[in-house]
Design a protein around this ligand. Structure first.
Ligand code: ASP
Length: 346
């Protein structure tokens, strides 16, 4: 075979030029020309949103009974919550403040299954769960099974910032709330006509196995400093008993935030979200498999969970938002610094 001149070293015989070219190539790929270290953040600050926010008001089992009037009330409430959170972010406030304010607002709204509008337990009470996480340092706080705290998300944040613990439950959590001077209400504060009717219906139709609505609320945010946060609050599922706790106060299942990947808040059948570690799984797919937040969310909601299990909202460290669900609908809203703003139900 003809020994044609090598393109880089035409004066050298090919048997010498080829190994030489290979050595040069290897040397360059391992650092010549000042290339960035391999563990540098994938996105330069200029390619990320200044801020981004997503909110959910729960996954809806079916849209059949959702009339125009209730849809309009959901949309108005979500839009209001979105504006509250966005104002904080646009003013340079932190993602933790933003998600707390959004969730607190929705907890005070009787339409959602969190705080004021919480569902009824098997024995006609309300037990509330909430969690919050700061993606800067993985600090987090959660409460489960509280019955007299007006805004469980505020208590979850105090657990995060004022205690050495991550999750407090029941009476102990309320004793801590009293020490912290947080607002208590009578348990009847959480009674609403619509949830009572749902409970009555649930008692009549327990065996029917109808698709349930999950009115849990949650928010995820990226702030101008590049920090992520997530918060979730719920009354759980109608008719729950035996001290049942779902995914909402379980960090890694219903809530997760890590500046290196994303912030996630979930809604749906809590047992499945705990079993599959949904929120943290989405983060792990981004960190270790290099998936985008949209692809990671899609895989977990549709390939790991089963149809009808629920949905998630997530925001990445560059401000990309994913809102994925496998139920009839999910109450959701998003806004970011590019001016994009959406409130969606279907
Ligand atoms: N995930 C919540 C729970 O299982 C319920 C919901 O999202 O509505 O407690």
């Amino acid at each position: 075979m003809l020994d044609a001149p090598h393109p880089l070293f035409p004066s050298l015989p090919r048997s010498v030029a080829c190994p030489l070219a290979l050595i040069l190539l290897l040397a360059c790929s391992s650092g010549c020309g000042g290339s960035a270290p391999t563990d540098a953040p994938a996105d330069e600050p200029s390619s990320r949103m200044e801020y981004a926010l997503a909110v959910h008001g729960g996954a809806l089992g079916s849209l059949d009974s959702l009339g125009a009037e209730r849809q309009a009330r959901y949309e108005a409430a979500l839009s209001e919550a979105l504006s509250i959170g966005e104002e904080i972010l646009a003013g340079g406030g932190s993602s933790v403040d933003s998600v707390e304010a959004v969730v607190r607002h929705l907890e005070d709204h009787p339409l959602f299954n969190a705080g004021r509008g919480a569902v009824y337990t098997h024995d006609g009470r309300h037990t509330l769960d909430a969690s919050i996480m700061d993606g800067r340092d993985l600090s987090c706080g959660a409460v489960a099974g509280v019955t007299r705290i007006r805004n469980p998300i505020l208590l979850a944040r105090r657990v995060m910032t004022e205690s050495p613990h991550v999750l407090l439950a029941g009476e102990g959590a309320e004793a801590f709330a009293a020490e912290q001077g947080l607002g208590f209400v009578e348990p009847a504060h959480f009674d609403t006509e619509r949830r009572r009717e749902q409970w009555e219906e649930w008692k009549r139709e327990q065996e029917a196995g109808a698709a349930a609505d999950h009115g849990t609320v949650g928010a995820v945010a990226l702030d101008a400093d590049g920090h992520l946060a997530a918060a979730t609050s719920t009354g759980g599922i109608t008719g729950k008993r035996y001290g049942r706790i779902g995914d909402s106060p379980i960090v890694g299942a219903g809530t997760f935030a890590d500046d290196r990947s994303c912030a996630v808040s979930c809604t749906g059948q809590g047992e499945e979200f705990i079993r599959h570690g949904v929120a943290r799984r989405i983060s792990a797919l981004m960190r270790y498999r290099d998936l985008s937040v949209a692809e990671a969310a899609r895989r977990v909601v549709h390939d790991v969970l089963s149809p009808g299990d629920g949905g998630i909202i997530a925001v990445s460290s560059t401000g990309e938002i994913a809102m994925e669900f496998s139920t009839g609908g999910m109450l959701r809203a998003r806004a970011d610094s590019s001016g994009r703003r959406e409130v969606l139900v279907r």
